[in-house]
Design a protein around this ligand. Structure first.
Ligand code: CTP
Ligand code: MG
Length: 171
C-alpha cells in the first residue's frame, strides 16, 4: 500500500468514531447519564455534559455512518455484519472513552466544558481503537498516524461547531 492509500484507509476506518464523538454536540441534551449523582469527593460523577441522548444518538449516528461506508467500500469490510459490528464498536468505544475522560476530569476538579489537553482529543480515540480491535484493526503506523492527526481534526471540528453556534466554547 502506498502512503496515500494508507492514510485514506486509516481515516475511513476511524470515521464512525469521529462521528460518534462529534454528534452529541448537536443531538445531546436532557437527562445526564449520572442522574445528577456525585462521587465520594462530593463532585459530579460525570457532569451535565454527558447525557443519554448524546450517548445513544452518537452510537446510532456512528453506526449509521458505518452502514453507508459498507455500501461504498464493501470489500474493505468483508460483510455487512462485519461493517456494522465494527462501526458499533468504534462508536460505542468512542463514547465510553469520552465518559471515562469526563470522570477523570471531574475527579481532577475540572468543571464541565473545561479543556483537558490530551484527554479530550485522544481518550475517545484510544478507547474506540481498543473496542474495535477484535473485529478489525489498522497497522501500527496507521494507528500512530491517527494518534498524531486526530487532535487537529478534533480542534478543527470543535472550532467549526463553535462558529456554527452549536457549542459555546471553541474547544
Ligand atoms: N454531549 C452529550 N452527551 C454526551 C457527550 C456530549 O450531550 N455523552 C454534548 C453536551 O452538550 C456537551 C457537548 O456535547 O456539552 C460537548 O461534548 P464534550 O466536549 O465531550 O463535553 P463537555 O461539555 O466539554 O464536558 P466535559 O468537561 O465533561 O468533557
Ligand atoms: Mg469538551
Amino acid at each position: 500500500m502506498d502512503w496515500l492509500s494508507s492514510v485514506f484507509w486509516a481515516f475511513w476506518y476511524i470515521l464512525p468514531a469521529y462521528f460518534a464523538n462529534a454528534s452529541p454536540v448537536i443531538v445531546g441534551g436532557g437527562r445526564p447519564i449520572d442522574g445528577g449523582r456525585t462521587w465520594k469527593d462530593g463532585r459530579r460523577l460525570l457532569g451535565d455534559g454527558k447525557t443519554w441522548r448524546g450517548f445513544l444518538g452518537g452510537v446510532l449516528i456512528g453506526t449509521s455512518v458505518g452502514l453507508i461506508q459498507y455500501f461504498i467500500t464493501p470489500q474493505f469490510y468483508g460483510s455487512l455484519e462485519n461493517a456494522l459490528k465494527l462501526a458499533f464498536l468504534l462508536s460505542f468505544g468512542a463514547l465510553i472513552g469520552d465518559l471515562v475522560g469526563s470522570f477523570i476530569k471531574r475527579r481532577a476538579n475540572l468543571p464541565r466544558g473545561y479543556p483537558a489537553i490530551g484527554l479530550d482529543q485522544l481518550g475517545f480515540l484510544i478507547s474506540a481503537l481498543a473496542f474495535a480491535y477484535p473485529v478489525k484493526t489498522l497497522s501500527s503506523a496507521q494507528i500512530i498516524f491517527l494518534l498524531i492527526v486526530s487532535p487537529f481534526v478534533h480542534w478543527g471540528a470543535n472550532y467549526f461547531a463553535y462558529r456554527m453556534g452549536w457549542k459555546s466554547v471553541p474547544w
